[in-house]
Design a protein around this ligand. Structure first.
Ligand SMILES: C[C@@]1(CC(=O)O)c2cc3[nH]c(cc4nc(cc5[nH]c(cc(n2)[C@H]1CCC(=O)O)[C@@](C)(CC(=O)O)[C@@H]5CCC(=O)O)C(CC(=O)O)=C4CCC(=O)O)c(CCC(=O)O)c3CC(=O)O
Ligand SMILES: NC(=O)C1=CN([C@@H]2O[C@H](COP(=O)(O)OP(=O)(O)OC[C@H]3O[C@@H](n4cnc5c(N)ncnc54)[C@H](O)[C@@H]3O)[C@@H](O)[C@H]2O)C=CC1
Length: 218
């Protein structure tokens, strides 16, 4: 399987199953998509701002739900393997992406896996284990949270610097050198992580230095 980032803006994600797993997937997708969760019962968990629809579709009813809601992605997260299988079949018939929460091998065509994710906008890091060890994905995600801390602000600093340096016609090679130095600077990371600095300040400091040295490489 190959990781890709998918924009779900203005798309619908349809989830079957309102247990803890359905709730987790609902929260995940509700940050961007319109999410509908269909289930006879709902766990006492957050579902983001998903629409919760109380129903217990039989396998034969599943295609009509996809027809009605036209989702970009459908999630099978019930504890009924027959219903989950019907969800996968209906998705394949429509050419819709499907995530089966109860499966890690024998995947359906067009199936997708939800990776463990660390997010500090605009930075995203995703971890998967080929379905073999979700608990390991979660562990690595927790470890990576420390590494990624401050990366959102660092990304904004780099983006701002690239833009400013381009607009000042700084040669591309020098531009790359400056941005690479900033990304590799332990001092900048520490300043961003502790709040001692922010991305605007970093841009200002680096540009100030560059201009005062006349961009002669040092
Ligand atoms: C294939 C996949 C399909 C999919 O759901 O996309 C899948 C399938 C299954 N998960 C199972 C179990 C658990 N899953 C978790 C947790 C997470 N599972 C997630 C993803 C995935 N799970 C996909 C593969 C990703 C990869 O390649 O690693 C995460 C990363 C993302 C998310 O779900 O949001 C999220 C961590 C989020 C975070 O915190 O960062 C825990 C830990 C816990 O809950 O604390 C357990 C219990 C411990 C264990 O068993 O490892 C079972 C057995 C069910 C049973 O026993 O019946 C199956 C089915 C099977 O394996 O057959
Ligand atoms: N991907 C993952 O991270 C994990 C996956 N799993 C798998 O996912 C499944 C769901 O996990 P949990 O939420 O913990 O299970 P759960 O048993 O707590 O929840 C299942 C939900 O499905 C609903 N449901 C039952 N029949 C339905 C139907 N016909 N239509 C719609 N909804 C229906 C139930 O009312 C319940 O809300 C498990 O059976 C397991 O196979 C389990 C743990 C983690």
């Amino acid at each position: 399987m190959i990781p890709l980032l998918h924009d779900f803006t203005n798309e619908t994600v349809l989830i079957f199953g309102g247990g803890p797993v359905g709730a987790r997937k609902a929260r995940r997708f509700a940050r961007e998509a319109r999410v509908i969760v269909v289930s006879p019962a709902f766990a006492d968990r957050g579902f983001g701002d998903a629409d919760l629809i109380r129903a217990a579709p039989a396998a034969a009813d599943v295609p009509a739900w996809l027809e009605r809601t036209a989702p970009a992605l459908v999630v099978a997260a019930t504890d009924d393997a027959t219903v989950n299988g019907a969800v996968a079949d209906a998705a394949r018939d429509r050419g819709t992406l499907v995530n089966r929460a109860d499966r890690s091998g024998d995947r359906e065509v067009d199936s997708v896996v939800v990776p463990a994710t660390v997010r500090e906008d605009p930075v995203t890091v995703a971890v998967a284990t080929g379905g073999t060890a979700p608990a390991l994905s979660k562990y690595l995600r927790q470890e990576l949270e420390e590494t990624v801390d401050g990366a959102g602000e660092m990304a904004r600093a780099c983006a701002g610097l690239r833009e400013e340096l381009k607009s000042r016609d700084v040669p591309a090679a020098r531009r790359r050198e400056i941005v690479t130095d900033v990304v590799n600077s332990p001092d900048v990371w520490t300043a961003l992580r502790t709040g001692a600095s922010n991305y605007r300040q970093v841009i200002e400091d680096v540009l100030g230095e560059e201009l005062s040295t006349g961009g002669d490489g040092e």
